[in-house]
Design a protein around this ligand. Sequence first.
Ligand SMILES: [Zn+2]
Length: 317
Amino acid sequence: MNATGYFSHPDCRKHEMGAGHPECPERLDAIDDWLLAIGVKDALDLREAPQAALGDIELAHDRMMVAALRGLSDRLADDIKAGGPAYAQIDPDTALNVHTWNAALRAAGATLAATDAVLSGELENAFCAVRPPGHHACHDKAMGFCFFNNIAIAARYALERHGLKRVAIVDFDVHHGNGTEDILAGDDRVLMVSFFQHPLYPYSGAESHAANMLNLPVPAYTKGMDVRELIEMMWIPRLEEFRPEMIFISAGFDAHREDDLGQMGLVEQDYAWITQRIKDVAKRHSQGRIVSSLEGGYNLNALARSVEAHIRVLADL
Ligand SMILES: [Zn+2]
């Protein structure tokens, strides 16, 4: 039993927010094609992501917010039939098309099914190649390319449905995971550790108010070696002390030096190193249990290579 799961679904490709939008379906194609071409996909346990149940999504989100998104999606479908526009805009960067609702259910469903499979012992760990991403989605608000907070939902699911007592969230996206913080700040069953470029969208997180949030804002042009030192000094001792029973990863790869949505200097080897350090903690405290889900990463080549580096460590390849 050392299998690494790879959860995805064709519906995640159908969500798109207009020509030229960086959070595009081609991100999943780039990852999938690359993993297939280099043979990594053959080594993974490939699984189709189910749709999350609304009751599980509501472990992290306000019921009214979920209903409002569904209503918006239904109205959009009606409007399109009547000749209206193809998108319903939520904020300047975030829009629904007619497939967004199903894609968001699949993205959340991937992390939940991965959690089930890892906790049942079928898989050691799992990567969810899904979109829309989740870590900007707040308790009662979709924003920043995100609709449902896939990782926060899965963390709550592990606590509430599986009875775990302590779970950790690691967020290495270049942007602050403000949605995850919004949902889980003050929930002492969760420890969230992150670094992020600051100042940068969504311009939050530099002053952390909750004891269970370890935020490390770093300036633009910070390189991988400096991030590694911060992780070693700050994240690891907190994670060791917390002894999580399971670790969730908000795996954004937009801190890569080739990614234009951030200005940080990480490379593939840094993602491999970070993943290995997380895996070491998981081995010591969490029976190796890790569920990782895709967040950002917008340079398609750098994204594919970085996901490869991440998965090679997860799967011991
Ligand atoms: Zn990001």
